[in-house]
Design a protein around this ligand. Sequence first.
Ligand code: NAP
Ligand code: ZN
Ligand code: ZN
Length: 352
Amino acid sequence: MSKPACYSTKAFSTASAASRLGPATIERRQPTATDVQIQIMYCGVCHSDLHYARNEWNFTQYPAVPGHEIVGKVTAIGAGVKKFKVGDTVGVGCLVDSCRTCPDCRSGFEQFCTAMTMTYGSTDKHLDAPTLGGYSQSIVVTEDFVLRMPANLSPAAAAPLLCAGITTYSPLRHWKVGPGQKVGIIGLGGLGHMGVKFARAFGAQVVLFTTSPGKVADAKRLGAHEVVVSTDADQMKAQADSFDFLLDAVSATHDLNAYFNLLKRDGNLVLIGAPEKPLPVAAFPLIFRRRSFSGSLIGGLPETQEMLDFCGTHNIVCDVEMIRMDQINEAYERMLKSDVKYRFVIDMTSLK
Ligand code: NAP
Ligand code: ZN
Ligand code: ZN
């Protein structure tokens, strides 16, 4: 395979797990017949960006450019592109390609394709080099992995829907969360705050669990009917055996078993957080009440578009704090202190 024609674009990258992110110039392929070239306006900051930048999952390829909550304007299209035109506002999430032929791809579950190409952290099929994410001015993506952004939503506030949105929407839909169910969301960060909004929009009774007493009022404003400060043993005990469904969006080590005990018989805890270290699971809290423990990974392309359209119809966006590109290292430190309200979004015009 000969290397395709490329162009240079500015980005923020990191050279090692211990480095800070800083300015860099990277190469993108010139759009091929089926590609869309996008000028990135906004990129959300996911905790996965931090895990990846610091090699906490042990698969980081350096230099690394994180970022997979991308919204921008189409600046060029290949001759065969049908869905988009120059000037459209579009989104790109965690995936930029997949095999297209396996049973998962054919069912619209590209996130489970064993040959999927992630926006960062995979090998780029065109360049035979690591994929580089959205902390950059421009990206080129095959049109099938580009999403339409609803026109009525603020592009900056909608950017985190591309990961935080779909990652919470998908399990709530898959397990049919809705009216008559008591649902708990664990952790009020980027994912958690969207979990609260979606669970509420789907008609469930919503309880938010937080380690941050200062977030109680916000959680109610975001849609929680009730808020439990999880470090308070009495508040936790009062919730025992009462939940149909728990969605765990915590980024760090925490006690899963304490949450299993809050599920009813046959209740299910779905893990979407991806902490660096394994979480111990005790047998008794699961076997005594026939409880389930499951996981969920982002969402496929059709469901991501469905989620965006749902947000357009119901006017759902993320609560964001705008930052400049050069504030990213500070934003990571704040994220580690759970000091995010509730998603940082980079204004990419600040990358000069
Ligand atoms: P985030 O914005 O940093 O939020 C994480 C929240 O977890 C914090 O705000 C905090 O909420 C809580 N928390 C943090 N440390 C804690 C601790 N030691 N004990 C208990 N609670 C703690 O992160 P995010 O972007 O939402 O991502 C959350 C996790 O999901 C990350 O591990 C990320 O990699 C993963 N993720 C997974 C998928 C997927 O497809 N499954 C997709 C995207 C992200 P409170 O202050 O309310 O306690
Ligand atoms: Zn993410
Ligand atoms: Zn596939």
